[in-house]
Design a protein around this ligand. Structure first.
Ligand SMILES: Cc1cc2nc3c(=O)[nH]c(=O)nc-3n(C[C@H](O)[C@H](O)[C@H](O)COP(=O)(O)OP(=O)(O)OC[C@H]3O[C@@H](n4cnc5c(N)ncnc54)[C@H](O)[C@@H]3O)c2cc1C
Length: 386
């Protein structure tokens, strides 16, 4: 079929051309399910993926997130060989800076869990933290938490790598194509309605990020995902920047930074930000960053800003992902609501989604991540996020 012909049916329709949708499509096709169409309402990666800071790690408080992170790190580390695509992966390590006693206790428990799963991480003293990340002031710090097998890479390149590999295996990727309805006949899905035409299918995978709640509503499935603005900036070049700057996170303020070319990428959560659809830059955020930087990264006061942008965190009630297959309708699968840590889980989650579609044993047991948790055992809070 020519790439220009709009498909009228597909075995699987994946909604969303971010890291999750593209990795899922790639893994479906790699496992032999090649009649797959990815629909993206805008451009590939234009949702949250290409707004991400590019941080990749496995240092989490939930065992499933540790496992998804570890498996994904393995892929990021080998991405050029696997996908013939450079992603500028820097294994800079991740350093959390702690100043509250209660955080230290929680991180101690998390480190135990991470080590038991095979991830190298450890609590370090303030002096060692200062030596590792000399740009950070140690004022008021109690300890650091270090994980060497982590770093950052370029989301745009990861998106391109997955998209090219998926296309090579026969996946159709259609941009500027918005899904406006998902059609069901009783308990069975029969197709999707899009801005470019209808596609008959009996399987939809929702990888629509911050926009997922609306997709769920089309099918009658509750996907509790809210968009929450997050802002970032990149500084102008900084003279004598160390070659290796760990991805450093001041946990109590949420300010973080890593090296981005000749400068630093700096992010922080927007304090008191309510869910909503706005990506405007705010002076309030910049003022908050400056206030924290004064104390924690004084160098930032002296450098100019080269660029800034905002994106959406796709936030769930417990800041943990929604991964599963809906009950009561056949077949609607979802991988969404990554609450700010989805880029780093893309490789492993895509594989899990392909396995779930084919009814194979899951490489990571994500059964506890389904939306059923809100009705049953309750929330499953991920603690190690900012
Ligand atoms: C400022 C910022 C910094 C971040 N930093 C990190 C980080 O360092 N590390 C990390 O792991 N994560 C980070 N994240 C989070 C990360 O970006 C997301 O968790 C991840 O990109 C989610 O990927 P996704 O594919 O699920 O969603 P998206 O990339 O948002 O993709 C969903 C796509 O679905 C499309 N879509 C929606 N509705 C429809 C429809 N009806 N029809 C067709 N297409 C549709 C959208 O246009 C979008 O492209 C950050 C996020 C932000 C905003």
């Amino acid at each position: 079929m020519s790439d220009k012909t709009f498909p009228t049916r597909a075995e699987v329709v994946v909604i969303g051309g971010g890291v999750m949708g593209l990795s899922t499509a790639y893994h479906l096709a790699k496992g032999g399910t090649t009649d797959v169409v990815v629909l993206e309402k805008d451009e590939l990666g234009s949702g949250s993926t290409c707004k991400a800071a590019g941080g990749v790690r496995a240092q989490f408080s939930d065992a499933v997130n540790v496992e998804l992170g570890m498996r994904s790190l393995e892929v990021f580390r080998n991405f050029p060989e696997l996908f013939d695509q450079e992603i500028d992966y820097h294994e800079s390590g991740y350093l959390f800076l702690l100043e509250r006693e209660e955080d230290l206790h929680t991180f101690e428990r998390n480190v135990e869990l991470q080590n038991s799963l095979g991830l190298a991480s450890r609590i370090i003293g303030v002096e060692e933290a200062a030596a590792m990340s000399p740009l950070a002031s140690t004022e008021g710090l109690l300890a650091g938490v270090w994980s060497p097998e982590a770093g950052h890479c370029t989301p745009e390149s990861v998106v391109q790598g997955y998209a090219r590999a998926a296309r090579a295996l026969g996946v159709r990727i259609i941009r500027q194509c918005e899904v406006t309805d998902v059609v069901r006949d009783g308990d069975t899905l029969t197709g999707v309605v899009t801005s470019q035409g209808d596609i008959a299918t009996d399987t939809v995978v929702c990888c629509a990020g911050a926009w997922s709640r609306r997709l769920g509503e089309m099918v009658g499935v509750d996907l509790p995902v809210d968009p929450v603005r997050r802002e970032l900036l990149v500084t102008e070049p900084i003279a004598d920047l160390p070659d290796r700057v760990p991805f450093t996170i001041d946990f109590s303020s949420t300010l973080y930074f890593h090296r981005e070319g000749p400068g630093l990428l700096v992010g922080m959560s927007n304090q008191d930000e309510e869910p909503g659809w706005s990506l405007e830059h705010t002076d309030a955020w910049l003022e908050q960053v400056i206030e924290v930087a004064e104390r924690r990264v004084p160098l930032l006061e002296e450098v100019g800003m080269a660029s800034r942008w905002a994106g959406y965190y796709e936030v769930t009630p417990d800041h943990n992902a929604l991964i599963g297959e809906a009950e009561g309708v056949s077949r609607f699968l979802y991988a969404t609501g990554f609450s700010g840590h989805g880029f780093l889980q893309g490789p492993a989650v895509g594989q899990v989604m392909a396995e779930m579609y084919r009814g194979e044993a899951l490489s990571v047991d994500v059964s506890g991540m389904s939306t059923e948790r809100f009705a049953g055992a309750g929330l499953r809070r991920e603690f190690n996020i900012v």
